[in-house]
Design a protein around this ligand. Structure first.
Ligand code: NTF
Length: 797
């Protein structure tokens, strides 16, 4: 008997004895608690780590978000004990899949950026890449989304770890102290002393990340707290309220994740979170480095600090501060260490998402850091002066300066302070160089790279799609979960009728399972024969759910006008959250829900058209939707979606992409073959032309009857219970501004949707395309991304 089997059986005996019950009497919740506890013991016993790779440095992955999803099923699988647990449960008449449903989804992220961080932790542990993930232990993760009576989004708090969350360890030994405010005393020359006005403590919670047959290593999350209940000195002075407010500040600090995706809000508390995150992490990194008897000069030889977008940018001046003020290194020495240690990943080109902090605010909260940033800015000034001639200088400085117009430009700080900068898909990395940082690309040759994003096949195929996994196991030699390129082996089977039938049967089974979820969640009985057309992602104008919406309205109107005409039945599924303060995105959600209500209750639409909005999109819901998708909607305006990762998950699970030439769609189309995706819309270049010629959305509205009728349906009350003004803002924005060229892409999108319907009618060809998507997209495993990081960025010098 394996040691895990013994652990399982003896622990079950004890667990039941303590509760005076027989195993058969345990509730699902108790089973969950029991299995979670045993699996945590097994996780800890999976120590010691594999020996770290010698060719790469240890990775300290700094991210404000880690959207890890449920851990129990994943851990059981990666520990290789999933089947054993399943068998034990079966003996007691239980199903492991149901038990796993008991776990709360820790929503410590907004979307793609946070989920990418989680996939990377999985891949690093699976590849024995030594790594620590550093993040924040938010008390409330991303809000829970409900849909109100009028179809509108409502938000509720998500206290993810309040009752029972056994996968984390409180590391009381790893406490840190973080200062804020106060003043800086200039001692002499380069010597300064920061006297913070107040201090907050950070305590760590470790979540062990279990790699696939690999090592376990920590995701370390910091939480703020205050040492004393309140400041007694102030209290004794009689200023009770003020005394207590300090305590409130400390506990508030990590209370909640900011719910913005691709948008900066600019709130002081967010800057405080960022600094708190960085200060705790930098101290922890140095502590471990020095504990191994290594010198500060050796830091870049052994450690790399990977910045997940600019959210942890303040780590750069923080490391400088520690090296200068605490270890008394010279500026030159400190800078030489620092600039060889950091690497920065850019995840967005959207101007509203590029972080810039008010310089006055930074100076107030972090007075020592602003002095360091000013010095960095001055040194940069010399470099730019030396590289660019007089005619070029003004423009080059305007582009590269870290400080400009009382703003601290965090992306610029990252580029200056890092030895490597990368984008997240080829087209995006090219735009980072050509549009965002052209002057930097000239100044720092060789600094810019591409690492195309990837997704972990353990969660997104093995765990989410067990039926497909079993089929792949049967036909692929070698462990495809570890080497996704092995899926190429099924390419020759794409035309094999027997394999096609098996593949198709699995898709059908997954669609039935999703149909059940839809019925449970929103009470809609869906047509399992329809094309399952899926758009799941954050709601954002640039992602253009409104384009999908307009096409559905047009389709509805067309069926209404020609009730006799045959239609390929379609189910449109949406899921996703909008930032609570993002009015237009919320209008789009409401419009979809109102449209769904009308369409789903119209007898003329029966067997032809349905719309489902599934509330509270999160990792565990994605795992149920993705395996059931026939069509994957990736319809952002070209040049706006840095990469996308949902596009990879859906395509690997056999959905056909309908998409623009944006982000990783471009590479997906290359790998899958152009004939196995449907591409439409303007390209980056043609968008440029469109704008250069003075884009006027109203012209499209006036000239295209189908488009006009669809938009007008939003103002005639059809989808708003007679309210003609509900969508005024949305409609005005589309007709008069349309910053994401929705109207310009409408006709081409509609034609692409007709192409999808046509292709779906030839099921043999459709399944062949789906199989080829699975077979050819192995490159989108996050294991490949991590290997790219290793060879391009994390290698030892
Ligand atoms: C997101 N960026 C991008 O919008 C996605 O295209 C990309 O797939 C993910 O990052 C992961 O790389 C952001 O969330 C942020 F914060 F940069 F705006």
């Amino acid at each position: 008997m394996s040691s895990f089997q013994t652990l399982l059986e003896t622990s079950l005996k004890t667990y039941c004895e303590e509760r005076f019950v027989q195993p058969e009497q345990l509730t699902d919740r108790q089973w969950y608690q029991f299995i979670a506890e045993v699996s945590q013991q097994a996780v800890l016993q999976s120590f010691p780590h594999n020996p770290p790779l010698v060719s790469t440095r240890k990775v300290n992955y700094l991210s404000m978000e880690f959207l890890i999803g449920r851990l129990l099923g994943n851990n059981l699988m990666n520990l290789g004990v999933y089947d054993q647990v399943q068998q034990l449960l079966a003996k007691c008449g239980k199903n492991l899949v149901d038990i796993l449903e008991q776990e709360r989804d820790p929503s410590l992220g907004n979307g793609g950026l946070g989920r990418l961080a989680a996939c990377y932790l999985d891949s690093m542990a699976s590849l024995s890449q030594a790594a620590v993930g550093y993040g924040l232990h938010y008390q409330y993760g991303l809000f829970k989304q409900l849909i109100g009576y009028h179809g509108e989004q409502l938000e509720r708090g998500d206290a993810w770890n309040r009752d029972f969350y056994p996968q984390q360890y409180h590391r009381a030994d790893l406490q840190q102290k973080v200062g804020f405010g106060g003043q800086v005393v200039h001692l002499q020359d380069d010597k300064y002393q920061w006297q913070p006005e107040w201090e907050i403590f950070g305590e760590a919670f470790d979540l062990p990340v279990v790699g696939y047959k690999g090592v376990q290593q920590p995701l370390r999350l910091w939480q703020g707290y205050s040492e004393t209940d309140f400041d007694f000195a102030v209290f004794n002075d009689g200023d009770y309220l003020h005394a207590e407010s300090r305590v409130i500040d400390a506990s508030k600090l990590t209370k909640v994740l900011y719910p913005n995706d691709n948008h900066q809000e600019g709130k002081a508390l967010r800057l405080m979170q960022q600094y708190f995150h960085c200060a705790c992490s930098i101290a922890d990194i140095l502590r471990q480095h020095l504990a191994q008897g290594r010198s500060l000069e050796q830091l870049p030889e052994f450690e790399v600090i990977q910045l997940n977008d600019t959210h942890p940018a303040i780590a750069i001046p923080e490391l400088m501060r520690v090296l200068l003020d605490q270890y008394e290194l010279s500026w030159e020495k400190a800078w030489s260490i620092c600039s060889k240690t950091f690497a920065y990943t850019n995840h967005t080109l959207l101007p509203e998402a590029l972080e810039q902090w008010d310089q006055t605010l930074v100076a107030k909260l972090l007075p020592r850091h602003i002095i360091i940033i000013e010095r960095i800015n001055n040194e940069l000034h010399h470099l730019v002066k030396a590289e660019f001639n007089e005619d070029e200088f003004a423009q080059a400085w305007y582009e590269t300066a870290v400080l400009m117009d009382n703003r601290v430009r965090m992306a610029n700080l990252c580029v200056v302070g890092s030895f490597a900068v990368n984008g997240v898909a080829q087209i995006h990395s090219d735009l980072v160089v050509s549009d965002l940082f052209p002057a930097y690309a000239r100044l720092f040759k060789g600094r810019f790279h591409n690492v195309t994003n990837g997704v972990t096949p353990r969660r997104w195929i093995r765990q989410a799609n067990p039926a497909l996994s079993a089929l792949l196991d049967q036909h692929v030699k070698g462990d495809w979960t570890k080497d996704l390129e092995l899926l190429r082996q099924i390419e020759p089977l794409a035309k094999d009728p027997q394999f096609q039938r098996a593949y198709q049967a699995i898709k059908q089974q997954n669609k039935q399972a999703l149909a059940q979820v839809i019925e449970q969640e929103i009470g809609l009985k869906v047509n399992g024969e329809a094309i399952f057309d899926i758009q799941i992602k954050r709601f954002h104008e640039y992602k253009r759910q409104q384009l999908n919406l307009l096409n559905i309205i047009a389709t509805y109107q067309e069926i209404k006008a020609n009730p006799e005409q045959a239609v390929v039945p379609r189910l449109f599924v949406f899921a996703g959250k909008a930032a609570p303060g993002y009015f237009l995105a919320k209008q789009i959600i409401q419009a979809i829900n109102n449209l769904a209500a009308t369409i789903n209750s119209d007898p003329d639409m029966q067997g032809k058209l349905q719309v489902a909005f599934l509330p509270d999109y999160r990792v565990s819901l994605a795992e149920k939707i993705i395996p059931a998708a026939d069509v994957s909607e990736q319809i952002s305006l070209a040049g706006k979606e840095a990469s996308g990762t949902g596009n990879m998950k859906l395509a690997l699970n056999g959905a056909i992409t309908i998409g623009t030439l944006d982000g990783a769609n471009v590479e997906i189309a290359e790998f899958a073959g152009e004939e196995n995706v449907v591409i439409f819309g303007h390209t980056v270049e043609s968008v440029r032309e469109l704008r250069a010629n003075g884009y006027n959305p109203r012209e499209y509205y006036e000239q295209d009857d189908v488009l006009r009728n669809a938009i007008d349906a939003l103002t005639d009350g059809s989808f708003a219970n007679g309210d003609q003004h509900r969508y005024d803002a949305l409609v005005d924005n589309l007709i008069n501004h349309d910053p994401f060229c929705t109207l310009a892409d409408f006709a081409s999108y509609r034609a692409a949707q007709q192409e999808i319907a046509k292709r779906y009618q030839n099921q043999t060809a459709w399944v062949e395309s789906a199989i080829l998507n699975t077979a050819r997209l192995g490159a989108f495993s996050s294991d490949r991304s991590i290997r790219d990081y290793q060879t391009r960025i994390w290698k030892k010098a």
